[in-house]
Ligand binder design. Structure first.
Ligand SMILES: [Fe+2]
Length: 200
């Protein structure tokens, strides 16, 4: 009984953390979109902004289900990721290189959220809160989809444009080695699974 109560409390604390994280992202995503040079990247970020606004509402429903007041608790993790992203925007990287950096920052945010939602969903199931778990699984799916779209955009076009930008010339001119961006390993986007493309 006590154990259940304390896991429930921990779950509520994590939901407060996520509530704050999503609201920080609602403010930060427009700045990332503004800094993007690729129309596709800007559209992707703007699309995820609308999803994020919906995710905030979903968390408000989660509080309701748990009979808790919707309150955030400062999420230092996402604040740090957002700070790194806004520091990057201050730097003077070329168009596609900047976009590659924006994607890296956005994926850090997605991975943070996927980790946090994953724990909360597992706890909700453990505590018999199936409805809450399935509500948050909708959000989890959106985060995974956003992460996959970011990978596809990076690996499909932005990384190769970034590699072709002026800053890379020196390394390719010095030897005949093929430095095609296609040789970049795909392993950096861990946690991706085929199942994540499934829609409810
Ligand atoms: Fe989110």
């Amino acid at each position: 009984m006590n154990e259940q109560t304390s896991l429930r409390n921990l779950m509520v604390e994590e939901i407060k953390d996520l509530y704050d994280a999503e609201r920080q992202l609602v403010k930060a995503l427009p700045k990332m979109a503004k800094g993007a040079n690729s129309d596709e990247l800007r559209a992707l970020i703007t699309g995820h902004l609308s999803e994020t606004e919906e995710q905030v509402k979903r968390l408000e429903r989660a509080f309701e289900m748990l009979d808790e007041k919707p309150r955030g608790k400062h999420c230092a993790g996402i604040a740090g990721i957002i700070k790194e992203g806004s520091d990057l925007l201050e730097e003077d990287f070329d168009g596609a290189v900047m976009d590659a950096g924006i994607i890296a920052g956005a994926q850090r945010a997605e991975h943070y959220e996927i980790g946090a939602y994953g724990s909360v969903i597992a706890w909700a199931k453990q505590l018999g809160e199936g409805e809450l778990a399935s509500l948050l699984e909708d959000t989890m799916q959106e985060e995974k989809n956003a992460d996959e779209k970011l990978s596809a955009l990076a690996e499909g076009s932005i990384n190769s444009k970034a590699a072709a930008a002026a800053g890379q010339r020196k390394s390719t001119a010095s030897n005949g080695e093929d430095r095609s961006p296609r040789s970049v390993p795909k392993s950096r986007n861990g946690g991706r699974s085929k199942a994540s493309t499934r829609r409810r």
